[in-house]
Design a protein around this ligand. Structure first.
Ligand code: BDR
Ligand code: CA
Length: 316
């Protein structure tokens, strides 16, 4: 059984990934921590509570960061054209959801939960890396107590999605991403190299909704706006970014990987770019020396990933 804390900014593709974690029989979802990104922290936290209520998820929700780890960074506009004004495809999420949030901030929830389950917790982070970086800053020893960290973020041998060289989750807080990628714990990086080619069509999701229960029907409804957004890049479908990171936890054999030190560019025109120095490649001394060797996904069996998402969601 994989004990998972899900750090998320729901977010349409975050919602699908949450349902996957909730329904997969080998995953024990022990916490949901929220972060700003696809919308404000108030909205992403409200959305996490909404999905928890609608899908009857037991895991507690802890509210996380609303500002980058370097607070002098300027915030842009929320990507409402991707995820809708409400962050969940403009389905009309209620303004408030009457469920309690955990009294601790997300980073503290992460520290306490990791310390209570040494060596057992997988952190799956699919938004900005701010909460994880704050947790490491407050309690660096957790790096040795976490089982692994699996993130959706970055891009290595393909272009970015918010600039030609940067992906949204990393670009949203590059300093935080650089902290977590250079820390002495195992990070698996699931970036656009694999998520941009892992797509689900509107028809495929519609068939799932027809066969499945109310939870999948809600997922289908909230995904329509996001599918419309993706018409520039996907043939009547969407990239299922965040679910790829969750699938990796239970089916790593569906991904091909390389290992190496990873750094994030902080500032300038390449702000938020992720760069790996593959193990075994020799360069003159530089900024990638003596870093932990992280796992970078470079290939994926996309159809199998999408089928596993479907089969898992339909298990209820
Ligand atoms: C990432 O950015 C967000 O829009 C998605 O939820 C995903 O986590 C993709 O770049
Ligand atoms: Ca996300």
């Amino acid at each position: 059984m994989h004990k998972v804390i899900y750090d998320t900014d729901p977010g349409v593709d975050d919602a699908m990934a949450l349902l996957f974690l909730h329904r997969h029989p080998e995953i024990d979802l022990i916490g949901i921590t929220t972060v700003f990104g696809n919308a404000s922290i108030e909205t992403t936290t409200r959305n996490a509570l909404f999905l928890k209520r609608e899908w009857d998820i037991a895991a507690p929700v802890a509210k996380g960061a609303d500002v980058t780890i370097n607070p002098s960074r300027k915030e842009g506009a929320w990507p409402t054209f991707v995820h809708g004004d409400d962050g969940l495809g403009n389905i009309g999420v209620p303004a408030t959801v009457d469920l309690p949030v955990d009294p601790r901030p997300a980073y503290k929830f992460i520290i306490d939960t990791v310390r209570a389950n040494p060596g057992e917790v997988t952190l799956v982070a699919v938004g900005r890396m701010t909460n994880l970086a704050l947790a490491l800053k407050e309690d660096p020893e957790i790096a040795g107590l976490v089982k692994q960290v699996v993130i959706m973020g970055g891009n290595f041998y393909v272009p970015g999605n918010v600039t030609p060289v940067a992906e949204a989750n990393i670009h949203g807080d590059p300093e935080a991403a650089d902290i977590i990628l250079t820390a002495p714990w195992k990070v698996v990086v699931i970036g656009l190299d694999v998520t941009a080619i892992t797509t689900m069509s509107r028809g495929y999701l519609g068939e799932m909704a027809a066969k499945g229960d109310k939870a999948i029907q809600l997922l289908n409804d909230l995904s329509q706006f996001y599918i419309d957004f993706y018409k520039h890049a996907v043939e009547d479908g969407m990239m299922v970014h965040d679910s790829c990171a969750c699938v990796y936890v239970v089916a790593p054999e569906l991904f091909t990987t390389i290992t190496g030190g990873v750094r994030v560019v902080c500032g300038g025109i390449a702000d938020g770019q992720t760069i790996v120095k593959p193990d075994g490649r020799r360069f003159p001394p530089g900024d990638w020396d003596n870093l932990p060797s992280q796992v970078v996904c470079t290939g994926v069996e996309s159809e199998k990933v999408v089928d596993l998402i479907r089969d898992t969601l339909l298990t209820a």
